[in-house]
Design a protein around this ligand. Structure first.
Ligand SMILES: *Cc1c(COP(=O)(O)O)cnc(C)c1O
Length: 392
């Protein structure tokens, strides 16, 4: 008999009743060290007092009014995002996939608006993940996402990850944009080289294409910059953000330059909940924290410590781990043994990590994790590795 909850998730047999910082607690009081942070969502840890205060203060005053009216918190958050990024304007959503969806709608609208409606195709990279709406499964194109859901929405061309020649060859008279994750998340923590991102920006400029970056997982301080593309010194025209920006409250955003957004006017796009007072109260508090003096420096400091520890684990457990990749606190451990076995052994050691494609384990801890907590995570990961070695 089907479960009351639609069985679309292969869940771990764990559930939690409360959290504190990077710790989660089960009903019986067992504490797990959370190096997944709800898939890069709990950017400031669980039950962060600053976020709790922002949410509860807002909850006592006003929850929701709809986008029929001005929402002061939304304006404040948009101003913060504009101040700290390439963008001139922001559309708020409830989730990541709505943010990438809005990005692609904006691309199509832009070319229609400038009188080139025949340009609507978007080039994406194999191994990418942009969400689960009909358009976004077609955008990513992977069989795991699309099988059984056809016919797929047209307008997306897929090229192998990092294949610059294939990318150039795919650009045609109907191409409107290139969309990419600067660091592929679900695809296995695969970063584009900085040089590749600069070349892609140059290609977009040369061919009049819009560059769309999906920073839903890599953004909001995750890689040690506010946004991952900053490492390469290039900016997109449109960017999708979600996950970390809400710190656990559902919030996403589509950021754009004035030029890219020029087709979007009253009535072009909308949402009932997107950017509601609660979500934006939390979003503002997250932005205040992440842009605070020294915050990103600390992310880079602890990330360096984690990286060094992981390199040590790779060296001492070559039958379990192959290599470390990623940027900042968006780390992938490419495994020699089966990633799921190591993750399960982690659960037994009360450590939470997240699987990704390409036999990778993702480490995406809260950005304010301490060096001592990282050391504890490394000890538990080593314990998991020893268990897996014992079973090889
Ligand atoms: C999680 C994610 C999405 C989808 O976000 P949802 O909130 O699950 O809709 C899209 N792109 C990337 C890169 C992601 O990591």
């Amino acid at each position: 008999m089907i479960s009351p909850v639609l069985p679309t998730y292969a869940r771990a047999p764990l559930s939690f009743v409360k959290g504190q910082g990077p710790w989660l607690e089960t009903e019986d009081g067992t504490r797990y060290l959370d190096m997944g942070a709800g898939i890069a969502v709990n950017s400031l840890g669980h039950a962060n007092p600053i976020l709790v205060a922002a949410l509860t203060d807002q909850a006592r005053r006003l929850w929701h009014t709809s986008n029929l009216y001005n929402i002061p918190n939304q304006e404040t958050l948009a101003e913060r995002l504009v101040e700290h990024t390439f963008a001139d304007t922001v559309f708020f959503t409830n989730s990541g996939t709505e943010a990438t969806e809005a990005s692609v709608k904006m691309v199509r609208k832009y070319f229609d608006h400038i009188g080139e409606p025949e340009r609507f195709r978007v080039i994406t990279f194999e191994g990418s993940f942009h969400g689960r709406t009909m358009a976004m499964i077609a955008a990513a194109g992977g069989e795991k996402l699309t099988k059984g859901f056809g016919p797929l929405m047209p307008g997306f061309d897929h090229v192998p990850f990092g294949d610059m020649d294939a990318l150039k060859a795919a650009i045609g008279p109907e191409t409107a944009a290139i969309m990419l994750e600067p660091v592929q998340g679900e695809g296995g923590i695969r970063p584009f080289l900085e040089q590749e991102l600069r070349e892609i920006r140059a290609l977009c400029d040369e061919h009049g294409l819009l560059l769309v970056m999906d920073e839903i997982q890599s953004g909001v301080g995750r890689t040690g910059k506010l946004f991952a593309h900053e490492w390469a010194g290039v900016t997109p025209d449109i960017m999708a953000v979600a996950k970390g920006i809400g710190g656990g409250f559902p919030l996403g955003a589509c950021l754009a330059t004035e030029r890219a957004a020029q087709g979007m006017v009253a009535g072009s796009h909308g949402t009932t909940y997107g950017g509601n007072p609660m979500a934006c109260a939390v979003g503002c508090a997250v932005m205040d924290e992440v842009t605070r003096d020294g915050f990103l420096e600390n992310v880079n400091r602890v990330a360096g410590h984690l990286r060094q520890g992981l390199e040590g684990l790779v060296a001492s457990h070559p039958d379990v781990f192959d290599s470390v990749r990623g940027e900042g606190l968006m780390i992938g451990l490419k495994c020699t043994a089966t990633n799921i076995d190591i993750i399960n052994a982690g659960y037994a050691a009360h450590l939470l990590t997240v699987p990704a494609a390409d036999n990778v384990i993702r480490l995406l801890p809260p950005l304010n994790i301490t060096v001592a907590e990282i050391d504890e995570a490394l000890r538990r990961l080593e314990q998991a590795a020893v268990t897996v070695e014992g079973n090889l």
